[in-house]
Design a protein around this ligand. Structure first.
Ligand code: ZN
Length: 242
């Protein structure tokens, strides 16, 4: 490990508290591995980019995510951009925007997905709106931004599908992942999310987006908020799936 890399990793730790500091001081280092970047415009080095475990699920109706969630709710398509691997570069990048304030990485993933979404195979027409899974206001206050919304902003920049960040509201504040795992998951009940619009969504195709899909219970709770709307189509897209 080079001295600069070691210094970067140490700084990364402190940036948990001082969001964005690393980016300000070391804008030329890869957020995936900490190695030097060819240009300051890039956020991730070519080596990390080439090892991203792309799923290509968007072109595969009937992919394993869709099989996993089959029967839980009715959907048009479900896909993730990359596979989540513990200890891998994807985990490092997700931690960067989830715990270190580096929201530009969520935007980066959004731009990547926004660029390839025209190749997605929809069973119906393409989505009318992108709806990020909202954070509870307390979590939003803690993090300062919603990473799913940042992901959606990146997507919009490339595919131009309108983003509706306030369409859903999260009513339930969730404890941290560790606490939740210890006491069991509870986010499957209805009422966790509610609709916050007077707009007629009948006949629309909504693409719900989030950072990581694990059990699918968060997405299922989101979909529950749309119940009762006639002829509504739901699709789901996440950065990673585990
Ligand atoms: Zn790298």
């Amino acid at each position: 490990m080079s001295a600069v890399t070691r210094q970067y990793k140490l700084l990364n730790f402190f940036s948990f508290y001082l969001c964005g500091l690393v980016d300000t001081i070391y804008p030329n280092l890869c957020r995936g591995c900490g190695n030097s970047l060819a240009t300051a415009d890039n956020k991730i080095c070519l080596s990390c980019l080439s090892t991203l475990p792309l799923t290509n699920y968007h072109t595969q109706p009937g992919n394993e995510l869709e099989i996993k969630l089959q029967g839980r709710f009715i959907f048009d398509r479900i896909f993730s951009y990359v596979r989540f691997t513990k200890g891998g570069v994807v985990q490092q990048l997700i931690h960067s925007f989830k715990y270190r304030g580096e929201k530009d990485i969520a935007i980066f993933f959004g731009e990547e997905v926004g660029s390839i979404i025209s190749n997605a195979k929809w069973n119906t027409t393409p989505p009318d709106y992108i709806v990020p899974v909202p954070l509870h206001w307390k979590r939003f206050r803690e993090r300062g931004y919603n990473q799913a919304h940042q992901f959606a902003i990146g997507m919009h920049a490339k595919c131009n599908i309108e983003v509706k960040p306030d369409l859903l509201v999260r009513n339930v504040y969730q404890e941290s992942q560790t606490k939740r795992d210890r006491f069991g998951r509870f986010e499957s009940a209805s009422g966790v999310f509610s609709l916050n619009t007077t707009e007629d969504l009948q006949g629309m195709h909504i693409l719900v987006v989030d950072d990581v899909l694990t059990t699918g219970s968060t997405i299922e709770a989101c979909v529950d908020a749309f119940k009762g709307i006639d002829n509504l189509t739901i699709s789901v897209c996440t950065i990673a799936s585990a």
